[in-house]
Design a protein around this ligand. Structure first.
Ligand code: HEM
Length: 381
């Protein structure tokens, strides 16, 4: 029971939180008291349904005159994802870095030819945790003039920088949250990535480089980060992301086995910029090649439980075997979403159910009959 004095100071703190609360701030993990103050001040936006696959999925000039690169301004938001940063810097996403899930799906399809159901799966997973479901807005990180560590969940306005679930440890070009900045381009890590391109890929990024840098970054975090964690859904994204430079960043006009040059890697990872004349790949893609990376150095999902070098497998986390794919979804909904939104009511319940439905729709073909209903079986409550 909070005392009267505590209650008054809590109410004052909440009032100032609410007045500063941005429309894209995530509501995940907020207390009932916080929600009661913040929700009435948000403008409800009926969520836009997810776009379907585009008609044209061929090779196409993307770095065109209508989408010039512009450096983000001080209040523009950028984050840990080089793909989304690039789309925002070229105006395929709003340049302020705040977008609806539907805008993100359209942009990743148009700019990078990301396959439709995969784009929906990734976007609604991220939005359910890091976005604002009531305003239908997700921020791709934090304003570039905001420095310092991103707060862990519940985070009011860190968007994709939020260190939990989606953003995670052992990234290729971003440091672990334990070291402070989990979202900015890290030159030291990029230098290591380039040295791996020399050592394993004749100066280019390919699946061998992806496999070795993935393993190196995991071992590095295991031995230096006492809080290192690699459980679902991060376990999935950590592997999936190592295929993205090949599946999405390589110019679509390249023939033969796809691989990325150091120069082009620098464009995307560091500057968030399409190289001159860059064309997207002519085949809708997702995580092709991930099995190779996973099988090169197999490891179970887990974490350092008692400091560095105490990595312990977590038997309750799904792994990446094909038969466990649906368990990623089941656990995500029943554990992650439900724990961050334990008792939603009213408009929040309504938008949670809508977004959960769209998440399931994205994988319903692979997981028939496995839809989860953490808040009951209706989108009309
Ligand atoms: C569809 C919506 C997308 C969302 C919500 C999303 C979100 C994220 C997030 C949160 C991270 C940080 C994970 C970490 O801790 O490393 C990340 C990393 C990454 N993303 Fe995205 N992303 C999306 C699409 C894309 C696309 C289309 C591309 C490529 C064109 C891409 C390429 C990458 C890469 C390469 C990384 C790894 C960065 C590194 O390890 O240094 N993403 N993304």
């Amino acid at each position: 029971m909070v005392s009267f004095v505590n209650f008054v100071s809590l109410a004052l703190a909440l009032a100032s939180t609410a007045s500063a609360f941005p429309a894209y701030g995530s509501l995940a993990g907020l207390t009932r008291e916080q929600l009661d103050v913040i929700l009435p001040r948000l403008e409800f936006k009926q969520p836009t349904p997810p776009p379907g696959p585009p008609k044209d999925t061929g090779v196409k000039l993307i770095n065109d005159a209508a989408h010039p690169w512009k450096a983000p301004g001080p209040s523009d938001i950028r984050g840990p994802c080089p793909g989304l940063n690039t789309l925002a810097n070229h105006g395929y996403l709003p340049r302020n870095g705040v977008a609806s899930p539907a805008q993100i799906i359209t942009a990743v399809q148009e700019g990078f030819n990301m396959e439709n159901s995969f784009a929906r799966f990734v976007t609604y997973s991220a939005h359910l945790i890091d976005g604002n479901l009531v305003t239908d807005l997700l921020s791709i990180g934090q304003a570039t003039n905001e420095t310092g560590p991103a707060p862990p969940a519940p985070a009011l306005a860190a968007g994709l920088d939020t260190h939990a679930l989606f953003e995670g440890d052992a990234s290729m070009t971003r440091a672990d949250a334990y070291w402070g900045d989990n979202h900015s381009f890290n030159q030291t890590l990029f230098n290591e990535l380039m040295s791996f391109m020399d050592k394993y890929g004749n100066g280019r990024y390919n699946l061998t480089v992806a496999s070795e840098i993935r393993w190196q970054r995991i071992q590095d975090s295991m031995s230096t980060n006492p809080t290192f964690g690699l459980i679902m859904p991060r376990f999935f994204t950590a592997y999936a992301e190592t295929t993205f430079p090949i599946n999405f960043f390589v110019d679509g006009r390249m023939t033969g086995t796809r691989s990325l040059s150091k120069e082009d890697a620098q464009y995307f990872f560091q500057r968030g910029q399409f190289p001159d004349g860059w064309h997207r790949h002519g085949v809708p893609s997702s995580t092709e090649g991930m099995d190779t990376v996973v099988n090169a150095h197999p490891i179970r999902p887990g974490s350092n439980t008692k400091g560095v070098n105490t990595y312990t497998a977590d038997p309750t986390s799904a792994d990446l075997s094909p038969e466990q794919f649906c368990l990623i979804y089941v656990n995500f909904v029943n554990r992650s979403v439900k724990s961050l939104y334990p008792n939603p009511t009213g408009v929040l319940l309504k938008v949670l159910n809508i977004n959960l439905q769209w998440l399931y729709d994205s994988i319903s073909e692979q997981c028939p009959g496995q839809q989860q209903f953490p808040y009951g079986n209706s989108t009309t409550q």
